[in-house]
Design a protein around this ligand. Structure first.
Ligand code: IMP
Ligand code: MG
Length: 180
């Protein structure tokens, strides 16, 4: 395992993103921050603790990565509880890979009548993109490698690492690491 983004770099960048978001939403009294479970949790908590604007939080959970769904087919396993209509929604995600998950969720939020919808993603695996996604607040662009830590898992392991690491022998083309 090789460290790709250190704890210090994460802290610094999360602080910068929070400052930007705080500035952009200073006049909004209806910010709804929606995290995508489970990967975004560590990032979301650190980010939101640094915001001073009033906000509510909620969560989506989608079908897990590498599930036996056809490419682009995204299942919503847990929907948000709060109404979205009229809200300024900030969707918070750990990583944008093919973009199918976010494409589905962003479309759903708009369909439900959010006043605005923006995306904040910690990591951007740009090379892996299959559908175009606008990332309004982006932490880091990374290579097309399978990464773990700071919320991201391999088979539910490594989420609690305080940094982002690359798993050796990861087969990114298949979307999941080879078991080596
Ligand atoms: P997408 O729909 O292909 O963009 O995939 C999004 C989801 O796949 C992310 O929210 C992650 O949960 C998962 N994912 C994609 N790449 C990685 C990775 O390198 N490590 C761990 N999870 C990943
Ligand atoms: Mg995720």
């Amino acid at each position: 395992m090789r460290v790709l983004v250190t704890q210090e770099d994460l802290e610094r960048r999360v602080g910068e993103l929070a400052a930007e978001i705080d500035r952009d939403y200073k006049d909004s009294d209806r910010l709804l921050c929606v995290g995508v479970l489970k990967g975004s949790v560590f990032f979301m908590v650190d980010l939101l603790k640094k915001l001073t604007v009033p906000l509510a939080i909620d969560f989506f959970q989608t079908s897990s990565y590498g599930a036996s769904t056809t490419p682009g087919e995204v299942r919503i396993r847990k929907d948000v509880d709060l109404p979205v209509r009229g809200k300024d929604v900030l969707l918070i995600e750990d990583i944008v890979d093919t973009g199918h998950t976010l494409n589905t969720i962003l479309g759903l939020l708009r369909f439900r009548g959010a006043r605005s919808v923006r995306l904040c993603a910690l990591l951007d695996k740009k090379e892996a993109r299959e559908v175009e996604i606008q990332i309004d607040y982006r932490g880091f662009e990374i290579e097309n490698l399978f990464v773990v830590g700071y919320g991201l898992d391999f088979d539910e392991h490594y989420r609690n690492l305080p940094y982002i690491a690359v798993l050796d022998g990861a087969d990114t083309a298949a979307g999941v690491p080879s078991p080596s």
